[in-house]
Write a protein that binds this ligand. Sequence first.
Ligand code: GRF
Length: 216
Amino acid sequence: MKRIVILISGRGSNMEAMLRVRDQGGLGQAEIVAVLANRPDAGGLATAAAAGITTQVLDHKAYGDRESFDQALAAAIDAYRPDLVVLAGFMRILSEGFVRHYEGRLLNIHPSLLPAFPGLHTHQRALEEGVRLHGCTVHFVTPALDHGPVVLQAAVPVLDGDDEDSLAARVLAQEHQIYPRAVRWFVEGRLSLVAGRVRVSGSHQEGALIAPRLDT
Ligand code: GRF
């Protein structure tokens, strides 16, 4: 069994999607051993607790600086002995030491087709730029913000008349598809890094861009 710790900051819908897929047997030999949040009011904590998962809050406001919070966070995470740490809407910039500690076993989902639109307000920026394709990216985390080897991406169309909310909802539906899939690949040991890029073994197709039907 691979042990997974999930970090959240808010509603935790990606975490919930992961739990749903796990319940359907779609995560492989994986056990979600804890959900940690940096905000006591993170809505996803109740969802995780209701699913019988251990939850823990480390309020970043209680720490003097980023380094001390990240050290405490790593100590809390390591107590669960994870094989994989999953950032699911965890809205914190992580220090280099933290990221290096989890090198190769720290995944993030970002709501854009990286390397386009790193950082915040991705949907608004996509609308402002007038791009016709937008989407989401699962990637291994490196010290550079929203950067790192891409595991899986999903593209969605940007439609005339979209606003930030409608575009965010279309992207989020795809996040819920690709993140559990990427985690399953990790759990199955199918991901490797070759020259800084992700290889997915066992398939030539699956690591490629998923382009959902343009009318969805
Ligand atoms: C998602 O769009 C994720 O990509 C971004 O923050 C949002 C979190 O949503 N980093 P949720 O908490 O998983 O519902």
